[in-house]
Ligand binder design. Structure first.
Ligand SMILES: *Cc1c(COP(=O)(O)O)cnc(C)c1O
Length: 666
């Protein structure tokens, strides 16, 4: 593995002209120089130039900007987009989508394979495939298809529902549709019908059971299928999805079954229907070595089969190309230790080498990279509503002599704790606190005493942490304590709806404020969402060398304070759920031109309350009618005016029509 810290910065490409040189002015204006330094420090702190490099940066006024080729050095501030949306009545949380970023990712992928094909003198073509499960949103799929057209990009599906979209939306008849996943008769029938109307619909089989079903159907419908077979490789992926590969994986044929499969096809005289071999070793493969091993194993199998199956012509190496979420360029879970070009080179070179060795014609190469294509285009933005902390600055007590003994002792610890005694005093205060709770439960202390005792306890803890941090090695107990004492930032979003992978599999996303970066963020804490669920929080954050438990943020100042969660374009949109009935968030499509202007080309409003209720079977009209009865009963029982009843009804109706999130940022 590389020495992370040193490589990351140097290896980056030169920055866009977001920071015009202004050396002379800076030296003559010391105040500006100071804030410039603060800005640089903040930029380093969030590591945006490590992970955001190609698309995101920070401008001189401390806003996160979207900055890539299309913005021609006139980057667009995300905060300005949010302000514009607010004027149009769209408040946070909102997902900003940059379709141009999808385009650039596709281009980068296709260009990398083109370069690899040229470099190694590979004689066949590369076919990029978008696995639609990564993000099925219409806006995303349409962008992928429109832009991907020039590279003959096609779609991979894993279910009947996904196939219906692919069949309708892909126009070019020669571009393949790849059908993966477990299949029933209806799914297979749809695929065969697609083939019959002239589309290249490949049915990638996972088992002998599916093969038998397909053979039976194709005989009945008199349609010769385009068959692909999924291999179960012994090579494994790396990272969180390692288990999707190797001998124990859920999918694919073992060699034994593969041979049975060929036997069956031969019997039915359908061996010429076999066109494609497929494997997939998992998403976000962090280590390039694993890709190489898997490709070599599959290429070898391809070459051997090719000698038996004259029409076998495609090798589909699945997905796995990862995103460097933390910017560390390592094989850690949130990163990848290779570039897109290296990925392409290794695939093309490995296949070529095996085919030369086996003396067979090289296959057309397919990759199914959805995460890489879709992740960077979306940024979730939400506002921070409130900050909560267990300790609130210096504690002043009047008349301490009049307080119970235990409180006096706690106050004494608080007042006299220092760099020499902090560990001992911390242990003492833990004892005193337990004593205090016992006394309270026995009825010897007032609520006021208990309140003061708690405040003093956290006060001692806070001071102890301060001294522990000054020590050479921070004792472990204080690290835990620091985490417990950390500030909680209540944020206007739902983890379960908008970044489900953060909750489900502890995936890390880069998170940072999108403005005020010219101010030093002097608070630290973790993020809590709106749901009534103690898991509804984010307390793991990216760091170059480690994972941080808290994030540096700014104190609230009365103005809306916005955070961005970056790279949420893959998987998050469809896997989110409705915990506490928080619904889909607003979506805004943003296109930037070369003059630094942004155009909000489409707004897809998020769920209203009534929209989410409908998902769970509550009809608006029914609710209104029921509630109207409750109101009339109440008005009669409580002796209210009828006018008031009407007013209540209007409020209820307004609530049904409102955004499911808080709309505090006026
Ligand atoms: C999920 C999946 C993909 C997508 O992989 P990513 O690396 O996440 O883009 C590709 N192929 C198959 C078969 C999949 O199941």
């Amino acid at each position: 593995m590389r020495a992370v810290k040193n490589n990351t910065r140097d290896a980056r490409e030169p920055r866009l002209a977001a920071f015009p040189a202004e050396g002379t002015r800076r030296t003559s204006e010391p105040r500006l120089a100071a804030s410039h330094n603060a800005l640089e420090e903040t930029i380093d702190l969030y590591g945006i130039r490590n992970w955001g490099g190609e698309y995101f940066d920070v401008n001189r006024t401390g806003d996160v900007v979207v900055a890539f080729e299309a913005t021609r050095g006139t980057p667009v501030s995300l905060k300005s987009v949010i302000d514009e949306l607010r004027q149009r009545g769209i408040s946070t949380p909102v997902v900003l989508r940059f379709p141009q970023i999808i385009d650039y990712q596709i281009k980068k992928l296709a260009d990398a394979f083109k370069a690899a094909i040229q470099e190694f003198g590979y004689r066949r073509e590369y076919v990029p495939v978008y696995p639609i499960k990564v993000n099925q949103k219409k806006e995303v799929v349409q962008e992928v298809l429109n832009f991907g057209d020039r590279y003959n990009l096609c779609i991979e599906v894993g279910s009947k529902a996904e196939l219906t979209v692919a069949l309708a939306l892909t126009r070019a008849s020669e571009s393949p549709i790849i059908c993966n996943g477990v299949k029933d008769e209806a799914y297979l029938k749809l695929a065969l019908m697609g083939k019959q109307i002239g589309k290249k619909v490949f049915v990638v089989l996972e088992s002998l059971f599916e093969l038998r079903l397909l053979l039976e159907l194709s005989k009945r419908l008199k349609i010769r299928p385009l068959i692909g077979l999924r291999l179960k490789l012994s090579a494994r992926g790396s990272g969180k999805w390692e288990k999707s590969s190797g001998d124990l994986s859920k999918f694919g044929f073992t060699t034994t079954d593969l041979l049975k499969c060929l036997g069956l096809l031969d019997e039915e005289r359908l061996i010429d229907c076999l066109h494609l071999l497929h494997f997939h070793i998992g998403s976000q493969v962090t280590d390039i070595k694993r890709v190489k091993y898997a490709v070599k194993e599959a290429a070898r199998t391809y070459a051997k089969l090719r000698k038996l199956c004259p029409n076998l012509d495609y090798l589909d190496v699945g997905g796995g190309l990862g995103i460097d979420y933390d910017g560390s360029r390592t094989a850690s879970e949130s990163s990848v230790n290779y570039s897109v070009q290296e990925y392409a080179n290794d695939i093309i070179y490995s296949i070529k080498e095996v085919c030369e060795n086996e003396d067979v014609r090289e296959p057309l190469v397919i990759t199914e990279n959805g995460r890489m294509v879709a992740a960077p285009h979306a940024v979730l933005i939400f506002n921070v509503i409130n900050e909560l902390s267990l300790s609130n600055g210096p504690i002043r007590v009047t008349n301490i002599e009049s307080k119970p003994q235990v409180i006096q002792e706690m106050y004494d610890l608080y007042a006299r704790i220092n760099g020499k005694n902090y560990r001992e005093y911390y242990h003492d205060v833990v004892e005193q606190r337990d004593e205090m709770f016992s006394l309270f439960n026995l009825g010897y202390l007032s609520l006021e005493d208990r309140g003061l005792g708690q405040e003093l306890f956290w006060g001692v803890c806070e001071r102890a942490i301060k001294y522990a941090k000054l020590a050479k090695h921070m004792p472990e107990e204080f690290e835990d304590l620091e985490h417990r004492l950390s500030r909680k930032f209540i944020c206007n979003f739902s983890v379960f709806q908008s970044i489900p992978d953060s909750w489900a599999i502890d995936q890390l996303f880069p998170i940072m404020p999108i403005h005020r970066l010219d101010e030093a963020p002097n608070r630290t804490g973790y993020l809590a969402d709106l749901t009534c669920d103690s898991d509804g929080k984010v307390d793991n954050f990216i760091d170059l060398r480690d994972v941080k438990e808290s994030l540096e943020l700014h104190p609230l100042n009365g103005e809306p304070y916005y955070l961005g969660v970056f790279f949420t374009g893959a998987y998050q949109d469809v896997m989110g759920d409705y915990h506490n009935l928080f619904g889909h968030v607003h979506d805004a499509l943003v296109v930037v031109d070369g003059k630094g202007n942004c155009h909000i080309t489409k707004i897809v409003p998020g769920h209203k309350v009534e929209g989410v209720l409908k998902v769970f079977g509550y009809e608006r009209e029914e609710l209104l009618a029921e509630f109207r009865s409750r109101v009339s009963e109440g008005v009669a029982r409580e002796g209210l005016k009828t006018d008031w009843g009407n007013h209540v009804m209007r409020e209820y109706e307004a609530a049904l029509g409102s955004y499911t999130y808080l709309t505090l940022d006026k």
